[in-house]
Design a protein around this ligand. Structure first.
Ligand SMILES: [Zn+2]
Length: 307
């Protein structure tokens, strides 16, 4: 048994003795947090009640970390976002793949991402999920995040009922196939005014545009051009647009390893869209906390009582 383990056993012993000598009410706290939680407490010098409270708190803190983050912070629900606003030294970037899942290209892209231990965000077309359910499941199984990209990928103006059906049917098939409820929406072609986005906003989706086009859905440009496009157009908080469906994406598959290497060499790490937004939300919270005086001054109802 290691010294650390012995010391933890002693701590538990002390805690138990404390309970025996202490009040009965205090002992009720123990099963709540559980012994494992007491063992996990990071403050060995804590007294009984502190150990119990820490135990309960750490159990709550651990739960969300093991869950894949699929929801965007409230701050961004119903908003249209092109990139995260981060400090220049916050070198994170989000890779996104649209129009899949497709049997060949999605599988190849998943392979590359896995090799590089990168999590990305896939905006799926409902009809493609229906055609390739196993691929959609694999994307989620590999730990990536899903977004809604409509059922038919249409660009034309549509009425509210049609927009609702495009988005809801896709949300349904994604959920039935993968168990994921996504709160991310990307309008096909980036069209914001054909009725789809109005409906998506009414449903509190975050409208996820992009800041960095790889150009992989445009006719010209081989893999080296795509690599150059992404590397040159990237910055902290950028959202990169690529495609794993909607045609032959062999150029994307060819370019992706070099895009990853290039960005890594510049110090970037790769995050999913919810992670990216979480980083921005945290930065904003910290900024607000750091300057409470500014916050007070901005709020006309919060005048000082003794001017
Ligand atoms: Zn698309």
């Amino acid at each position: 048994m290691s010294d650390q383990k012995i010391s933890r056993v002693l701590q538990v012993g002390i805690v138990l003795l404390g309970i025996a000598a202490g009040t009965f009410g205090m002992s009720l706290l123990i099963p709540k947090g559980g012994f494992n939680d007491i063992l996990a407490t990071k403050k060995p010098e804590s007294n009984i009640s502190q150990a119990s409270l820490d135990g309960t708190a750490s159990a709550q803190a651990v739960a969300p970390a093991t869950k894949q983050i699929m929801e965007v912070p409230k701050l961004f629900q119903g908003k249209t976002i092109y990139e995260a606003k981060l400090k220049p030294n916050e070198k994170v970037i989000a890779l996104t793949f649209d129009d899949g899942p497709s049997p060949k290209n999605t599988a190849q892209i998943l392979e590359i991402l896995k090799k590089n231990n990168i999590k990305a965000t896939f905006f799926m077309v409902g009809g493609m999920v229906q055609l390739n359910p196993q691929v959609a499941k694999k994307v989620v199984g590999d730990g990536h995040v899903l977004g809604n990209h409509t059922w038919h990928h249409g660009y034309r103006r549509m009425d509210a009922a049609k927009a609702a059906s495009e988005i809801n049917s896709t949300a349904d098939i994604i959920y039935k196939t993968t168990g994921v409820k996504t709160t991310l929406f990307r309008p096909p072609g980036g069209f914001l005014k054909n009725g789809l986005v109005d409906y998506a906003i009414s449903q509190k989706y975050a409208i996820m545009m992009w800041s960095t086009e790889s150009g992989d859905s445009q006719g010209r440009g081989q893999a080296p051009t795509l690599v150059k496009n992404v590397i040159q157009r990237s910055k902290p908080g950028a959202i990169v647009l690529m495609h794993d469906g909607g045609g032959n994406r062999s150029r994307t598959v060819k370019a992706l390893p070099q895009i990853i290497t290039g960005l890594k060499s510049q110090g970037y790490r790769f995050v999913t869209i919810p992670e990216l937004l979480e980083i921005e939300a945290k930065a904003e919270t910290l900024a607000t906390k750091a300057s409470p005086a500014v916050k007070k001054a901005q709020n006309p109802n919060n005048q000082p009582k003794n001017p």
